[in-house]
Ligand binder design. Structure first.
Ligand code: MN
Length: 239
């Protein structure tokens, strides 16, 4: 899709923040277009959230600039967000889309993946719960600044398709979340099929694929460390 603002002759009336970039493991950068998130995609987490059975996949979005990129080997710093008393961690496999498309079939989905990263879907759980109770959108609980920390993106060309492997998170070196990518209720390929039926998938889209059981609260001063087999770790301190 052509960018309406690419002409140098066009004079913009103001300056907006620069596009969000996520480091790639080899030192290059991945520009972020949209952030899609999948809700309740591991059985035990669905149960801890009060649900059972295989419901159709459902999605919410975070704006691209909610990403908190954390370069290789560094510890990201996240400010404790406003309005909440219950900031929760959700460790997630993030899929980075390299090729867009509409109505992508699950069998063809792997060809649209550029790479993978370790991510955190940080959640103001108290606000999300309140919105759920009232049948209102989750935005205020999910889509706030720095709510999407992410480590370096590893190209699928070097990792291969990630279909299984341990995913976990510790807080101050104490284990909190643990699961395996093979336990995803909806696989990455199925997620891409469902997503691209509803939205036009674009290069630069990120998909947070859901979190395993064990979500919980963090406080100022805590250090979270998420790990996914084959992708290394993501460390984020809350300040
Ligand atoms: Mn999540």
């Amino acid at each position: 899709m052509p960018n309406a603002f690419e002409s140098p002759a066009m004079s913009l009336v103001l300056t907006t923040p620069a596009p969000t970039l996520v480091p790639v493991a080899d030192g290059r950068s991945f520009p972020v277009h949209r952030i899609y998130c999948v809700g309740r995609n591991y059985v035990e987490h669905a149960v801890e959230m009060g649900h059972t059975g295989r419901e159709p996949p459902f999605f919410f979005l975070k704006p691209a600039d909610t990403v908190l990129p954390v370069p290789q080997g560094q510890t990201g710093e996240m400010d404790y967000p406003s309005l909440t008393q219950e900031l929760h961690h959700e460790i997630e496999l993030v899929v980075a889309i390299g090729r867009g498309g509409r109505d992508v079939r699950s069998a063809d989905a792997a060809g649209h993946i550029w790479g993978y990263a370790v991510g955190l879907d940080m959640t103001r759980r108290d606000l999300q719960a309140d919105m759920k109770k009232q049948g209102r959108p989750w935005c205020i609980g999910k889509a706030f600044e720095q709510s999407a920390p992410i480590g370096p993106i590893h190209p699928i060309a070097s990792t291969g398709q990630l279909l299984k492997g341990e995913i976990g998170l510790s807080v101050n070196d104490k284990p909190r979340q643990k699961g395996d990518l093979s336990q995803l209720i909806w696989s990455v390929n199925e997620i891409i099929e469902h997503l691209s039926a509803a939205w036009l998938l674009q290069p630069g889209d990120l998909i947070y694929t859901g979190t395993p059981a064990g979500v919980g609260a963090v406080q100022r001063g805590d250090v979270m460390e998420g790990r996914i087999a084959g992708l290394g770790s993501l460390r984020v301190a809350v300040r």
